[in-house]
Design a protein. Structure first.
Length: 210
C-alpha cells in the first residue's frame, strides 16, 4: 500500500471535510494546512526511535537518539545494537526499562517475529497486532507507525492527549474529551480521520488561545 498522507493528500482530505464541517473550515482558515509528516519506511531504526522518544520531549528524544546513532555509526543493525552493553547504553541516556524494550525489539527483528518491511502489506489492525506483541509498544506506538511510516488514511490516535486537547479547542469544549467522546466526535470524519488527527496536532500548536 502506498503512502496516502502526502501534503497533497492532506489538503484534499481536509478540503473535503471542511465542505461539510464548518468547525474544520474555520480552523483551516485560522492556521492553514499542516505540513506532511513522514518518518520513512518501517525499520529497526524507526522502531528504536519510538522507544527512545517515549515520555520525553521532542528535543530530549532527538538528543538521545543522536547519541545512539553516533554510537552505532549510523548502522542500525539489530545484532550490532545487541552487542552494546547496558552500561554503554545507559551512558547514552537510555533508561534501564528502555534498554530492555530495545533489546526485545532487536531480538524480535532478528528472529523474524517482527518484519518491519512486511508491515506495508498488512491491513491496519494486523499492523497494530504485530507491533503490540513487542514489549514496550502499545496501540499509540502502532498508530504512529500507521500514520508516519505507512501513511494510512483512517487512523485515529484518540489516546494522544494533544489530539484530545486539539478537539477541545476546535469545538470550544469546557473540558478535554475522554477517549469515548473523542471517538464519537471523529465518526463523521471517516474514512479520513488521519488527516484530521494531523491537523489537530497542528491546530493545537498554532491556534492562538482566545
Amino acid at each position: 500500500m502506498e503512502f496516502q498522507l502526502t501534503q497533497d493528500d492532506l489538503a484534499r482530505a481536509l478540503d473535503s471535510i471542511a465542505r461539510r464541517d464548518s468547525e474544520i473550515a474555520a480552523a483551516l482558515n485560522r492556521v492553514g494546512y499542516p505540513p506532511e509528516r513522514r518518518s520513512g519506511e518501517p525499520s529497526f531504526e524507526n522502531f528504536l526511535k519510538i522507544i527512545v522518544g517515549q515520555q520525553l520531549s521532542v528535543k530530549a528524544a532527538a538528543t538521545i537518539f543522536g547519541r545512539v546513532r553516533s554510537a552505532l555509526d549510523s548502522d542500525f543493525c539489530p545484532s550490532r545494537f545487541l552487542a552494546m552493553d547496558d552500561e554503554a547504553l545507559r551512558g547514552l541516556g537510555l533508561s534501564r526499562q528502555k534498554i530492555g524494550y530495545a533489546r526485545g525489539l532487536a531480538g524480535a527483528v532478528l528472529e523474524g517475529s517482527l518484519v518491519p518491511s512486511g508491515l506495508a502489506d498488512l491491513p491496519d489492525e494486523a499492523v497494530v497486532e504485530q507491533i503490540t506483541r513487542i514489549k514496550g509498544f502499545g496501540r499509540w506506538s502502532a498508530e504512529m507507525v500507521l500514520l508516519f511510516s505507512l501513511g494510512r488514511p483512517d487512523v485515529w490516535p484518540a489516546d494522544d492527549l494533544a489530539i484530545r486537547a486539539g478537539l477541545q479547542r476546535l469545538k470550544a469544549m469546557p473540558e478535554r474529551p475522554d477517549r469515548r467522546l473523542a471517538d464519537a466526535l471523529a465518526e463523521p470524519w471517516r474514512p479520513q480521520r488521519s488527516a484530521v488527527a494531523i491537523f489537530l496536532w497542528h491546530y493545537y500548536s498554532n491556534a492562538p488561545l482566545v
